[in-house]
Design a protein around this ligand. Sequence first.
Ligand code: ADP
Length: 155
Amino acid sequence: MAIEKTLVLLKPCTLQRALVGEIVNVFERKGLKICGMKMMMLTDELLSEHYAHLSEKPFFQRVKDAMMTAPVIAMCLEGVDAIAAVRALAGPTNGRNAAPGTIRGSYCMSFQENIVHASDSPETAEVELNRFFRPEEIIEWKQTTFDWLYANDEF
Ligand code: ADP
């Protein structure tokens, strides 16, 4: 168990569907702490890096194009085992297969237009946070609810 930071992107579909407040609320209610948050327009260059693992897929360019149709909101979320917890909360990639109660299971019907991106490992989280945030945009702060979120042997 460790306190981790992870990157979440609220995708253009989330902004188009006016779900930003609702999805941020899901993360807040879960107990994740927001350490960074900003709205950005992404570029093909940045997305080619971010989605490099998909570069051989036939839908690579289409996925990148979809991510440039409107702004995204990048978030740095912190919590104990936050990387796995946020992935579990997001659910599997295809919204149609995602369990009800997960973000993708509750809010989307698509493989591509699936509401959020979330880092999938500690290594990826570090690289992705550096990709989307400058160091000074990630704020270390003490949230007063911490002692009510965790037992003292959980971090
Ligand atoms: P995840 O976002 O769940 O980590 P991937 O890293 O495999 O999934 O893919 C990145 C994004 O590319 C997905 O969130 C989704 O928007 C899109 N994508 C992946 N696979 C497909 C697919 N088979 N069809 C359409 N879009 C896809």
